[in-house]
Design a protein around this ligand. Structure first.
Ligand code: NAD
Length: 347
């Protein structure tokens, strides 16, 4: 059913949606600002092929609201926004990103943008040519974003194990890392540094080859990672991997990784809870880069990686403590906590 824009905005508290149509580049993009009560909105640019305009709108709204929740959970003086750029034939990429840059500049600091799916250093440099309200991927920017994400995930995993067992004792733990990309490889190194046994999967053989010299972990096939017995399964590749069938196969006590939206549907968080598996919500755990970027833009400081991790850990501890007390799934408790904070901010 088509989304009724104003109804959806009113229901979920969205402030503004900018529809950009740039004839010169062919760019059609949506900038959704969910909530700027606590401070400017933050959110990356997603370039994607959508089957219909309505799907793009749905994505822009969903993703910007998710950013608001992340900011609220981390108690950042910031809110949620997002850009979706419709991937279409004939799109002049550089001109399209520059048009987005000009649109972001017109928002005059209400919104800061950055990387997301299909938007990396090259695209951000085009946006940066038109606006300063964008994450500079170069030396002038916040830097170490993947390291901040990896450290947040590491500290969040420690918090989860301490919640379950009262102690962590890394040398007795096995962590399966799915995906040795920018975050996964750093997480694996961090875990090895504290003596944990790391087992990993990586779908790209070239990446495995590239890492062979720097990272000495036990590799398994990417289809086998989910069912590998371990303490922690850390998804650091794609979203949507936890569904009815895969949850049945898990042989871990904790699921905690960097991947955005690993739950195929929100009720899968409850299914994990019913199976006795502690799921640390991704929207709290993978916020290290957001913390670093927002604090850099708003306060001009590069918060040290360890401090970023500690901030993520505090947030994870609060969610897990509440989940334990209420005997509810952490994914449900996390959303509730974020929405309560957003409502309080508006009030
Ligand atoms: P990346 O693209 O560098 O790494 C992902 C890796 O996973 C790639 O090497 C890819 O080959 C591998 N992969 C894909 N499918 C796989 C599979 N089925 N099995 C095993 N390996 C597979 O991405 P990244 O920056 O490391 O981010 C990882 C995840 O974390 C993504 O979901 C991303 O959205 C999320 N995330 C990243 C950051 C960040 O700071 N980079 C911040 C928040 C969230």
């Amino acid at each position: 059913m088509p989304l009724q824009l104003f109804d959806a905005m009113a229901r979920e508290g969205f402030e503004e949606v900018v529809a950009l149509s740039d004839a010169a580049s062919g760019a059609r993009a949506l900038i959704a600002l969910h909530d700027t009560h606590a401070g400017p909105a933050f959110g990356g640019i997603r370039r994607w092929t959508y089957e219909a305009e309505n799907a793009a709108l749905h994505d822009a709204l969903r993703l910007s609201r998710a950013m608001s929740r992340k900011c609220a959970l981390l108690e950042l003086p910031a809110g949620g926004g997002k850009v979706v750029l419709l991937e279409e034939e004939g799109l002049d990429l550089e001109a399209a990103y520059r048009a987005i840059g000009r649109a972001v500049q017109r928002l005059a600091g209400r919104f800061y943008t950055g990387p997301d799916v299909n938007t990396g250093a090259r695209e951000l440099a085009w946006v940066h040519a038109e606006t300063t309200y964008v994450t500079d991927p170069g030396p002038g920017g916040p830097g170490e974003l993947s390291a901040c994400t990896a450290e947040g995930v590491f500290q969040g995993i420690e918090a989860a194990l301490a919640t379950l067992d009262g102690e962590v004792d890394w040398p007795s733990r096995t962590v399966v890392v799915q995906g040795l990309g920018a975050v996964g490889a750093l997480l694996a190194t961090r875990l090895q540094g504290v003596g944990a046994r790391v087992v990993a999967s990586e779908a790209d053989p070239e990446r495995v080859h590239e890492l062979a010299r720097s990272l000495d972990v036990e590799m398994i096939e990417s289809g086998e990672d989910l069912a590998h017995p371990c303490d922690v399964f850390a998804p650091c590749a794609l979203g949507g991997i936890l569904h009815d069938l895969s949850i049945e196969r898990l042989q871990c006590r904790v699921v905690a990784g960097a991947a955005n939206n690993p739950l195929s549907r929100s009720h899968h968080g409850e299914l994990l809870h019913e199976r006795g598996i502690l799921f640390v919500p991704d929207f709290a755990l993978n916020t290290g880069a957001l913390v670093r970027g927002a604090m850099f833009h708003l306060e001009g400081q590069r918060v040290p990686v360890a401090q970023v991790g500690a901030r993520v850990r505090t947030c994870v501890e609060a969610i897990l403590e509440a989940a334990l007390a209420e005997q509810r799934a952490p994914s449900v408790v996390g959303v509730q906590l974020a929405d309560d904070r957003l409502a309080a901010g508006r009030a």
